[in-house]
Write a protein that binds this ligand. Structure first.
Ligand code: NAD
Ligand code: WQD
Length: 334
């Protein structure tokens, strides 16, 4: 079974991808410093996969540590999730974000170069599109970011493109995720934010669980049908599956290819609230508050390139996303 290095493999999307890789016949090897995840995720992954998952508690920016891992395995490819991801924090601490995320990407590329590994799947984001791009966002759209976190994704894309261009036989897939939510069907792994959640679904499940009194809906005066913002939510297990498909694509193609991973369908905040209530039977107290600075009224993916290049289409709907997120939240409480 081909060994795949998964940086950040204990995190939210990384852990689901490790499960998907294992199911697809790959042998994932995790490098994670557990700065935003728990070591117990590894045991939970072993329960899900029935396989032993090798892991290394190391910082991807630590070249010597990475070198040691690359020396132990012959990797067919690397999937790079490790990095900082809080948009607001990146505005307050831009240097930390640029230093961390760009150093992590370059450190991994250097280790790959040294050990002759020529296949990389990178966690990019829909945040690399310009806010005024027409929806649905298409890969050939204009790029440009409104916060340092976004720029670290766009700059990482560029660094990877340059390395791919300079390295014969190098293949990079830049997956631009839309809004991943939900959790593994086992209820064993899911999103585990530290402190007060920034993102909608973790906040929703914590309100439903009684941890927080009510949801704040950030603005209902946007130019959308119900006035609340529209996003393309995708089940994290669908997103994880796209990574296994991207590995197959990378085996057969060279160069760098950016691909949207979304469903192609947008839901407003109020539609998500309604879907959550339908899927779980739990009523969700909310109140409308002021807009959150920086929010864009509406965006969703054009998912055609993913279909064409990867044979990928999202399968799980919004209610399944809500149901699975809720199952995971309830498991956490027990
Ligand atoms: P996460 O924080 O849950 O996972 C990241 C993992 O990387 C964590 O386990 C963390 O401990 C680890 N990590 C961070 N810095 C590290 C370092 N220097 N060395 C080793 N390990 C390190 O985040 P996630 O939601 O799973 O996101 C994974 C990737 O996808 C990130 O690059 C993120 O920017 C990107 N992304 C996320 C979203 C989203 O909405 N969650 C959307 C688009 C893109
Ligand atoms: C979704 C919608 C909020 C919380 C962020 C990053 C983006 C990407 C994914 C990585 C918005 C509304 C939210 C709440 C609310 N990450 N909301 N009440 O902002 O689309 O994307 O995560 O690359 O870069 O910006 O996701 O989940 O924060 O918000 O009303 O308590 O829910 O206003 O319309 P967002 P989100």
């Amino acid at each position: 079974m081909p060994n795949i290095l998964v940086t950040g493999g204990a995190g939210y999307i990384g852990s689901h991808t490790v499960a998907a890789l294992s199911a697809a016949g790959y042998s994932p090897v995790i490098v994670d410093n557990f700065s935003n995840s728990q070591e117990s995720v590894i045991t939970r992954l072993e329960k899900i996969t029935g396989a032993q998952i090798p892991f290394y508690n190391a910082d991807v920016r630590d070249g010597a540590a990475l070198d040691a891992v690359f020396s132990q395995y012959s990797f067919a490819a690397a999937i790079h999730f490790a990095g900082l991801k809080a948009v607001g924090e990146s505005v307050a601490e831009p240097l930390r974000y640029y230093e961390h995320n760009l150093a992590a990407t370059m450190s991994l590329l250097a280790a790959m170069q040294k050990h002759g590994v020529k296949s990389l799947i990178f966690s990019s984001s829909a945040t690399v599109y310009r806010e005024d791009d027409p929806v649905p966002y298409v890969e050939s759209g204009e790029l440009g970011c409104s916060n340092p976190y976004g720029w670290t994704k766009l700059f990482s894309e560029q660094i990877i493109r340059d390395v791919a261009a300079a390295t014969p036989g190098f293949s990079a897939v830049l997956l631009r995720y839309f809004n991943p939510i939900g959790a593994h069907s086992s209820g064993l792994i899911g999103e585990e934010p530290q402190g007060v959640p920034n993102n909608l679904l973790p906040y929703v499940t914590q309100v439903a669980a009684g941890i927080r009194p009510q949801l704040s809906v950030f603005g209902n005066d946007y130019p959308t049908p119900d006035g609340t913002c529209i996003r393309d939510y995708i089940h994290v297990s669908d997103l994880a599956r796209a990574h296994a498909l991207a590995l197959g694509f990378a085996e057969k193609n060279t160069g760098a290819t950016a691909i949207n991973i979304g469903t192609g369908r947008g839901y407003s905040v109020l539609e998500v609230v309604a879907a959550f209530e339908r899927a779980t039977g739990v009523s969700l107290p909310y109140r409308v508050t002021a807009r959150r600075p920086g929010d864009i009224p509406e965006y969703f993916a054009n998912p055609e390139l993913a279909r064409e290049k990867l044979g990928f289409a999202a399968e799980l709907g919004i209610e399944e996303m809500c149901r699975d997120a809720w199952r995971f939240e309830q498991g956490r409480k027990d």
